[in-house]
Design a binder for this molecule. Structure first.
Ligand SMILES: CC(=O)SCCNC(=O)CCNC(=O)[C@H](O)C(C)(C)COP(=O)(O)OP(=O)(O)OC[C@H]1O[C@@H](n2cnc3c(N)ncnc32)[C@H](O)[C@@H]1OP(=O)(O)O
Ligand SMILES: O=C([O-])CC(=O)C(=O)O
Length: 386
């Protein structure tokens, strides 16, 4: 059977279902969450407000927000059992393995794990949202040989996240940049990890199973893992803190030209949907510029600009969101392997909203394949084999 025209490798260009959660429009280079431009949400809303918008479809009123903040703040601490599981994992395993395991443990511990009602799933989503910063911060600190920092209920989500990671709340502009990254990472239609979550949910498996699978899908370097890979590229080129910006830019261009000549794939560039630039990059780049200024690290901007200019000139391929977030998280003091877990903490919102949307009008996700193996053949009968 010739199925050449029917096969869409990587499901490229396939519209698999509808979604009311976000609209990614490569033509107008825009991204809307529930109708709102993501740039406006990043500038005017807290991450907690955006999370409620993604889950419920509307920005919360005062009372709704206050009720959610109470829930979120009361579920921030890790249980002793979850700490023990994390402590039992090798200190050199990837932090995404810790996130994946933690989501699974939180599912096993959740009293309503098997309740698939919309109310139970929203409650599970909110508890996961509340717990993930502690997982990420706890794990980074244990790897550094530092004592854990307990959550503080007087801080908002982003302040508390940074407090648990570093033992102090940084300057307001740093918290602001972190919040922008959380909002921008929250949701992006049928990306690989979200589609994974929807596929798992479509079998009527529980929400935590869907999110556990999504964490696995996000880990790969072609998806969320790219934010770590960007920093590895910077490190491969060499970060020299006292180097003039122009010199760093020159070295980065030289590195990119050589890498492209070797036909290397450069992480942090390109996108399956956007072909003329990622709608979120200008907003994140503005935060990167602020962080470069705040931390006094112009050489990082040299590396950043050098790679981007050289890639644009050579191939016309633009950066995706993982490109600016890598150096932003580095400047804030996160270890490189913790970058993708930060993405997890944000994308919990989108994944869980998609699980709920999938279940509201479910159809088992099961595409067809075109067989390309041998023609039918037969196992010789026993006496013929002898
Ligand atoms: C938040 C996110 O998940 S954003 C995505 C993060 N991922 C990355 O940054 C990984 C690097 N980028 C890539 O691998 C790709 O651009 C993807 C996977 C994101 C999108 O890929 P696709 O739409 O399938 O495009 P595909 O990989 O086929 O690339 C098309 C062409 O552009 C080239 N290209 C695309 N991205 C890159 C890149 N980052 N570096 C070098 N060349 C690239 C490909 O080599 C290919 O060239 P060819 O036609 O000469 O073979
Ligand atoms: O949409 C995609 O394919 C990847 C992406 O940018 C995201 O998940 O944020």
């Amino acid at each position: 059977m010739s199925t050449e025209n029917e096969i869409h490798k990587g499901l490229a260009g396939v519209v698999a279902d509808t979604t009311a959660i976000s609209k990614v429009d490569p033509e107008s280079n825009s991204l809307l969450y529930r109708g709102y431009p993501v740039q406006e949400l990043a500038a005017r809303c807290s991450f907690e407000e955006v999370a409620l918008l993604i889950w419920t479809g509307e920005l919360p009123g005062e009372r709704e927000l206050a009720a959610f903040l109470e829930v979120e703040r009361s579920h921030r601490a890790l249980s002793p059992e979850l700490r023990a599981v994390i402590d039992a994992l090798p200190a050199d395993c990837h932090p995404m393995d810790v996130c994946r395991t933690a989501v699974s443990v939180l599912g096993a511990q959740d009293p309503r794990s098997e309740d698939a009602s919309p109310e139970a799933n929203l409650a599970k989503a909110q508890r996961l949202f509340a717990a993930m910063p502690a997982v990420v911060a706890y794990d980074q600190r244990r790897r550094r040989g530092q004592d854990p920092v307990e959550p503080r209920e007087d801080l908002d989500y982003c302040e508390n996240f940074l407090h648990m990671a570093f033992g102090e709340v940084p300057a307001p502009e740093v918290v602001r940049a972190f919040s922008v990254s959380m909002v921008l990472y929250a949701e992006h239609s049928f990306n690989c990890s979200t589609f994974t979550a929807r596929t798992i949910a479509s079998s009527l498996a529980d929400l935590h199973s869907a999110v556990t699978g999504a964490v696995g899908a996000l880990k790969g370097a072609l998806h969320g893992g790219a934010n770590e890979a960007v920093m590895e590229t910077f490190e491969e080129i060499g970060i020299r803190t006292d180097e003039p910006q122009e010199e760093a830019e020159r070295r980065a261009k030289e590195w990119m030209d050589a890498a492209l000549a070797q036909k290397r794939k450069i992480m942090g560039f390109g996108h399956r949907v956007y072909k003329h630039g990622d709608s979120r990059v200008p907003t994140m780049e503005a935060s990167l510029h602020e962080m470069i200024e705040h931390y006094g690290r112009p050489e990082l901007l040299g590396l950043y600009d050098g790679l981007a200019k050289s890639m644009d000139e050579a191939k016309g391929i633009k950066p995706n969101l993982d490109y600016p977030t890598g150096p932003v998280y580095h400047l804030m003091g996160f270890d490189t392997p913790t970058f993708t877990p930060l993405f997890v903490a944000s994308r919990i919102t989108g994944w869980t909203a998609h699980v709920m949307e999938q279940l509201a009008d479910n159809s088992l996700i099961r595409p067809l394949s075109a067989y390309s193996g041998p023609e039918e053949r037969h196992v010789p009968e026993a006496d013929a084999q002898a």
